[in-house]
Ligand binder design. Structure first.
Ligand code: 5GP
Length: 133
């Protein structure tokens, strides 16, 4: 870590070091605001996206506070595995395993992230277009 930070580096450090426990998803995890919950364990919660982009559009959210993909460390391996296994479970339960589905994780502004608690989109129920950007 540099000993002297310029302003931009300081802001980035501020965002990354301080726990951010006040996103809309944290409020949903704490059951302070409603959401349609598809699945929940000690580690993850799955909710329906409020603005669905496919017939089936869920968000798989870890309960541990993590701002984005960039914050994942080795010790989070089991959490990421559970997120992936949860997608497979949802695919089995909702009949998408054979036809397939799409998983998307947006990272920071240019990646299209708008809620700064790590989450994975699961889109299914139609054939996806080929475009990514
Ligand atoms: P991002 O843009 O960060 O990758 O994804 C955030 C997603 O959260 C968006 O698809 C948006 O529709 C969804 N979202 C934002 N606010 C709420 C909310 O209050 N409830 C639910 N269920 N989804 C939300």
């Amino acid at each position: 870590m540099p000993s002297v930070l310029n302003c931009a580096e300081g802001i980035v450090l501020y965002y990354r070091v301080l726990p951010m426990s006040d996103t809309i998803f944290h409020k949903i995890i704490r059951k302070e605001i409603p959401a349609t919950i598809e699945y929940e364990s000690e580690t993850v919660i799955v909710i329906r996206d409020i603005n669905p982009q496919a017939p089936f559009h869920c968000l798989i959210i870890p309960k541990k506070t993590m701002r984005s993909i960039y914050d994942i460390t080795e010790e989070d391996g089991s959490i990421i595995l559970e997120m992936m296994q949860t997608a497979n479970r949802l695919a089995d339960e909702n009949g998408f395993a054979k036809d397939g589905f799409r998983l998307v994780m947006n990272c920071e502004e240019w990646g299209g992230q708008t809620v700064f608690q790590l989450h994975m989109h699961m889109l299914a129920g139609k054939k996806m277009s080929g475009g990514f950007a």
